[in-house]
Design a protein around this ligand. Structure first.
Ligand code: MD3
Ligand code: FE
Length: 213
């Protein structure tokens, strides 16, 4: 029999926790799945190297980024947007099947994401509270996959300010932001270095899967 959360979206997996309408699947990926995903990501960043996007306010982002898919997320002095090419001039590599498979499991949607944004956090990187609103259709969810060291994820509200709630995201955790959660303010306050052995040099990778246009 279907439970309440499952019946909300037919075909989607039941999360372990729901915080402010954000669904969290704890350790959805086992060690072997995490390791093969990291191998797939090594091939992606070999073709599309990580870079530090310049922000519109003139400071490079502390988190290094790259993307896979038809579009990649990009930022410079003129603003945030999606681009069909890496700043080096080549097309972004395709999204690995191991990553698309996670989208399929947690969303149950037939529409596939256009972009897999790859965020790499070293021990001192953070991401301030922001909304994700560079996509054309907010009715599609954003799916996040965490790999490597733990990150402290902060969830706010639909407008700036107000009370926030935090939870640690660990390696293999998958988060789905759909429905009322899609436009919530969120960020990563800090990384807990040395909490995972997945990445030989440490650090945290976060993948976000997005439908762009
Ligand atoms: C809630 N990344 O790339 S993932 C981002 O861990 C981003 O790197 C963080 O925020 C990270 O934009 C958080 C979880 C997440 C991603 C997208 C969301 C939460 C979200 C979109 C809407 C609401
Ligand atoms: Fe975000």
């Amino acid at each position: 029999m279907k439970n309440r959360l499952e019946s909300a979206k037919s075909g989607a997996l039941t999360p372990d926790e729901v915080i402010r309408d954000v669904a969290i699947h704890r350790q959805l990926l086992d060690d072997a799945a995490q390791r093969s995903m990291v191998d797939d990501l090594r091939a992606v960043v070999q073709q599309a190297p990580l870079f530090s996007p310049m922000t519109p306010y003139g400071k490079p982002m502390r988190v290094r980024m790259s993307s896979a898919g038809r579009y990649g997320w990009f930022s410079d002095r003129t603003g945030y947007r999606y681009e069909p090419r890496h700043p080096g001039g080549t097309a972004w590599p395709p999204i690995p099947d191991s990553i698309i498979g996670v989208w399929d499991r947690v969303t149950g949607l037939s529409r596939r994401p256009d972009c897999c944004l790859i965020n790499f956090y070293d021990a001192d990187a953070r991401m301030g509270l922001h909304q994700d609103r560079d996509e054309a259709d907010f009715s599609f969810p954003v799916v996040s996959i965490s790999l490597g060291d733990d990150g402290l994820f902060r969830l706010g509200n639909l407008t700036r300010g107000g009370k926030t709630e935090s939870t640690w995201l660990g390696s293999g955790d998958v988060v789905v932001m759909g429905g009322d959660a899609r436009l919530i303010y969120h960020g990563i306050d800090r990384i807990r270095a040395g909490t995972s052995a997945l990445l030989p040099q440490g650090g945290r990778i976060n993948l976000t899967l997005r439908v762009v246009d």
